[in-house]
Design a protein around this ligand. Structure first.
Ligand code: SF4
Ligand code: SF4
Length: 232
């Protein structure tokens, strides 16, 4: 019989994390399958998901280690479903997104001066972000720096930088734990269901940062093969 496995979490249970197997009903999206399992087999199974059409961004989970919208993915035999990475789990597949939303505040990702209406087409793609947190969960920097602002906040900063006459406060805000901490690995771009390219936006934000007088702090730590202790 075809099955999927779901990582369950309940802080009131001991042990509070267990893997449970459920039957796979063929032909369903993962979100429809979760609803079917809840309605027919296990009413305690908890997960997010509102619109069922890839618009609200609330059903993202990890499928076999990759962040995915449950409503846009057809479940397969052997799939392993987990909550999004780098988030506090509330219950089963439901996570607390307050920390990731805070990155928008910390990066000052809002319009700070007069809008340039003719630039709207340039940010059409970035404007379609559904805050699903998939890119955040795919980012390897989060594993070593939980203060990293993360891809969707930086993409949004870039959007407002292009859209307005000047957005210098947000350029200032993304210098620490921001543009220079990204490894440019492209994992965020690979998982985005809206075809947004946070990696490219971060590269462009670096250019904007340089135009504003900033430079890559990592260069200060590079020797380029020279031994500066010997002098010139
Ligand atoms: S490109 Fe940068 S922001 Fe995107 S996943 Fe890689 S390290 Fe994270
Ligand atoms: S940039 Fe893409 S992956 Fe990241 S939160 Fe927005 S829609 Fe989701």
């Amino acid at each position: 019989m075809s099955k999927i496995k779901i990582k369950r979490f309940d802080s009131r249970r001991e042990p509070n994390t267990i893997d449970m197997e459920y039957p796979l009903f063929d032909g369903l999206t993962l979100l429809s399958l979760l609803h079917k399992l809840k309605n027919t087999l296990d009413p305690t199974l908890s997960f997010g998901g509102v619109c069922r059409s890839g618009v609200c961004g609330s059903c993202s989970v990890m499928v076999n280690g990759k962040a995915t919208l449950a409503c846009s993915y057809k479940a397969n035999n052997g799939d392993y479903i987990e909550p999004l990475a780098y988030h506090t789990v509330k219950r089963d597949l439901i996570v607390d997104k307050s920390k990731t939303k805070q990155t928008l505040v910390d990066s000052k990702a809002y319009l700070q001066s007069k809008l340039i209406p003719e630039n709207a087409p340039k940010v059409e793609v970035q404007s379609s972000c559904i805050l699903c947190d998939s890119c955040y969960s795919a980012c390897p920097v989060m594993a070593v720096n939980s203060d990293f602002l993360g891809p969707f906040a930086l993409t949004r900063v870039y959007k407002y930088t292009l859209q307005s006459e000047q957005n210098n406060e947000s350029i200032d805000a993304v210098q620490q734990n921001g543009v220079w901490d990204c490894t440019l690995c492209g994992e965020c771009t690979a998982v985005c269901p809206q075809n947004i390219d946070p990696k490219m936006d971060i590269m462009n934000l670096r250019s904007k940062s340089v135009q504003n007088g900033y430079s890559d702090p990592n260069f200060a730590n590079m020797s380029f093969g020279l031994d500066f202790t010997q002098g010139f």
